[in-house]
Unconditional design. Structure first.
Length: 145
């Protein structure tokens, strides 16, 4: 069954099992894997981080490493047409901005189910994307064990 036929599907990626479930769900929903745009957002490191101070950590290196890691995780032909993009900054804002730039038809994101103080202090990327995204957002919950 395909849900969308023309627009992109944005899938935020954080290398978790839940992200993998979101990717697999997007494959089921898409008419073509070329519609799927996976985005990994790296928060900016603190300016006093040793790698930043010494110049050994930069956006290009981080981006290349993230892309290689994703491609190693999914080497099969099935994933070949899926675009992978790395962005920097606040994950919720960047995912929403990416969806807007693409004129995406859907964002498929996993919820890690934080509650209580962890949710209060850390916030929720899925919640922020739901508020900011210019398109429908499908939030996948972790199955109960």
């Amino acid at each position: 069954m395909t849900l969308l036929t023309k627009k992109s599907i944005v899938v935020p990626w954080d290398y978790s099992e839940m992200s993998k479930n979101a990717l697999e769900t997007s494959i089921e929903l898409a008419a073509s894997n070329s519609q799927i745009k996976v985005v990994h957002v790296i928060p900016y490191p603190p300016s006093m981080e040793p790698g930043v101070v010494w110049g050994s950590v930069d956006e290009m290196g981080l981006s290349e490493n993230a892309t290689k890691s994703f491609r190693r995780e999914f080497p099969e032909d099935k994933y070949e047409d899926i675009e992978f993009k790395v962005m920097f900054g606040d994950p919720g804002s960047q995912i929403s901005t990416f969806a807007k730039e693409l004129d995406a038809g859907l964002v498929v994101i996993s919820s890690h189910g934080r509650t209580g103080l962890a949710h209060f202090f850390l916030g929720s990327v899925a919640e922020k994307v739901t508020r900011l995204a210019p398109c429908p957002v499908l939030v996948l919950r972790k199955p109960k064990s």
